[in-house]
Design a protein around this ligand. Structure first.
Ligand SMILES: NC(=O)c1ccc[n+]([C@@H]2O[C@H](COP(=O)([O-])OP(=O)(O)OC[C@H]3O[C@@H](n4cnc5c(N)ncnc54)[C@H](O)[C@@H]3O)[C@@H](O)[C@H]2O)c1
Ligand SMILES: O=C(O)C(=O)C[C@]1(C(=O)O)C=C[C@@H](O)C=C1
Length: 362
């Protein structure tokens, strides 16, 4: 099924990322959001054009993507179907059973609707955080109901393909149980670890390395959005968290025993760490990797004005496009590391050029 025109309702992180990916593949994208500022920014980023529902010659889109918080999906779907906004509809909410149930209760046309969920995101919200490669190589769940028209499913499969993601068909109930394990409970665990940092000493924070950043990155996400996600999948998430809490309580008990000289308690900790390795190794590498397979060039930079500008100047001189940049500060030192993500075959050129110009590239 070809998608010529797609309507994106909710031009935040996910809606705008999908819109940018579709634009890149030549699809016409119409944008709508209850916040006019979100539409304006998405448009300025090149995500599409404003949807003008009141114009007489308004056409119906091939597909509408409802990219709003889970609790608003069903009401938004109903309204869009009422005005005939599109031929087919999907949503991207992080929970699936609840919005589908609500859509059925409200009397939405379930034949034209196939719920979906891309397993890709960021800890930032809004169109400014959107990226056209967000979904590349990532799983994208779709949960067609028995009522769904095969053509509606084909439209959503085409959306997933155009965004470069991998379609995974699953029932809504199975989806919600699965994401409780791989997304929702991990999020709460990250928040609990990050909450310990709220009153950590400056000394502790000054010693923060990559480990705590990796474990807590998602804890920086919008609490309002996550309250909606967690409350839409409360029982499955509670079940996983109870198991995690048991492991943590057992680990604390074993550590107390070790502190009091009980050598046998080490076994308890070793078993947990080993089970952790087994679980970690089961995460499929392809889906766990970065959105694009860029090479990272690390450069030591002084903590002085103009350093980054000089660095980018070298990239410009040798014609290397910087796809992403990350700064690592060394606490207490007038130095940091700039990590430049570049196409793999540009990494050697850039490394050489930087070294020739006196930059320290470890
Ligand atoms: N953030 C993630 O990592 C992530 C990943 C996958 C899926 N999701 C899901 O995607 C959806 C959007 O999340 P996001 O991260 O893009 O959030 P966001 O806050 O970046 O964007 C949501 C947008 O929806 C708009 N909105 C809210 N209610 C609306 C309504 N009734 N009508 C029109 N617009 C409305 C808001 O103004 C906002 O611009 C959520 O359902 C979320 O569960 C999020
Ligand atoms: O990586 C992130 O920042 C995410 O928000 C990703 C993540 C996930 O847990 O994998 C979070 C929630 C979404 O529903 C989908 C993706």
């Amino acid at each position: 099924m070809e998608l010529r025109t797609v309507l994106v309702v909710g031009t935040g992180l996910i809606g705008t990322s999908a819109a940018l990916a579709l634009r890149k593949r030549g699809v016409r994208v119409l944008l709508a959001d209850r916040d006019p500022g979100a539409v304006r920014l998405a448009r300025e980023l090149g995500a599409g054009e404003d949807w003008l529902p009141d114009t007489a010659e308004r056409e119906s889109a091939d597909l509408a993507i409802v990219a709003v918080p889970p609790a608003h999906v069903a009401s938004e779907l109903l309204e869009l179907q009422r005005v005939g906004a599109a031929r087919f509809y999907t949503d991207v909410a992080s929970v699936k059973a609840e919005p589908i149930h609500r859509a059925a209760q409200l009397g939405c046309d379930l034949a034209a609707y196939v719920a979906s969920h891309p397993l890709a995101g960021r800890e930032k919200s809004g169109p400014g955080a959107a990226r056209d490669d967000l979904f590349l190589g990532r799983p994208w769940a779709l949960c067609p109901t028995d009522e769904a028209d095969p053509e509606a499913k084909a439209a959503v499969l085409r959306l997933i393909e155009l965004c470069g993601a991998n379609a995974v068909e699953v029932s809504a109930i199975d989806h919600d149980r699965a994401v409780a394990v791989v997304s929702h409970a991990p999020h709460v665990a990250a928040s609990a670890v990050a909450a310990r940092l709220a009153d950590a000493t400056d000394v502790a924070l000054g010693l923060a390395g990559q480990g705590v950043r990796d474990v807590t990155r998602i804890a920086g996400s919008d609490p309002g959005l996550w309250l909606g996600i967690l409350s839409g999948n409360a029982s499955p998430v509670a079940e996983v968290l109870e198991a995690v809490a048991t492991d943590l309580a057992d680990a604390a008990t074993a550590l107390r025993a070790m502190a009091e000289g009980d050598g046998t308690a080490t076994n308890e900790i070793t078993q947990l760490l080993k089970r952790g390795v087994v679980g970690h190794d089961r995460i499929p590498g392809k889906h766990g990797g970065p959105a694009s397979s860029y090479a990272v060039v690390q450069v030591v930079i002084g903590d002085r004005p103009g350093q980054l500008a000089r660095l980018f100047q070298v990239c410009d001189e040798v014609g290397v496009n910087v796809e992403d940049v990350r700064l690592e500060h060394a606490p207490g030192l007038p130095l940091g590391i700039a990590e430049l993500s570049v196409e793999p075959d540009a990494a050697t050129t850039l490394t050489q050029a930087l070294r020739e110009r006196g930059w320290q590239v470890p």
